[in-house]
Design a protein around this ligand. Sequence first.
Ligand code: CU
Length: 284
Amino acid sequence: MSPNGSDRSPRRTMRRKLPQALALGLVIATATGCSANDLPRLGLPSPVTEEGPLVLHMWQGSWIAALVVGVLMWGLIIWSVIFHRRSRTGVQIPPQTRYNVPIEALYTAVPIIIVSVLFYFVARDESRLISVSEKPQHTVNVVGFQWSWAFNYENTENPDPANKDAAYEVGTPKEAPTLYLPVNESVQFRLTSRDVIHDFWPINFLMKMDVVPGVVNKFEVTPTVKGEYKGKCAELCGVDHSRMLFNVKVVDRAEYDKHLAELRAKGQTGAVPSGITTMGSEEK
Ligand SMILES: [Cu+2]
């Protein structure tokens, strides 16, 4: 008998089998030739912009990292439960390990490595997602207010009310506005609020950003898939927050130009007028 009980030494057998099991797992994971695009999206909608896959891959990668840690932990728990039963080993109290410097260093080093790797990918992708170009092909000033959105196309950061080339559309809680965007052309959103903090979230863009009074927040995307999508406010902003919805239409450039011409024809040129706030929920 070994001092710890059984001399069947399951530990040695495990030690021999573990590399084989790991190698098998690696072969299974790589030999099928599956790419990140084949992995389930784990609840995220399908991305429709050039930047969307960054977010999707970050999401999938985080799940894979969590799963690797999870499988290791479940494995260790199951291994202990099976091979270190008191009835099997006859050990009443296993060796108590205290003040073990290598193990404690490992407990500190491993989480630091995990956090550093996650931080690297987050910093890399975030800097790309919030980077904006000097001259985007299109600009839309997105104005959030209680409780809808206004979209001011092709105006500057300080919208010029006299700009005849600009066009705008104002939504209401009852009639959600539709944001038109041309496919495969970059658009910069400049986000401002008339009252409280909102959050601009075109869902399939896999990107959202706070809309803060007194601040101009910006982000840029290039929609790549034509279609109709949904958007909403992602910051609880008052009683009718849930009705702060909008539609997104990614269309051909010609249709985009036509839509702007229609808005201009209705006299909706220049900047979004003041006093558009639809306070109160009486307007159903
Ligand atoms: Cu809101």
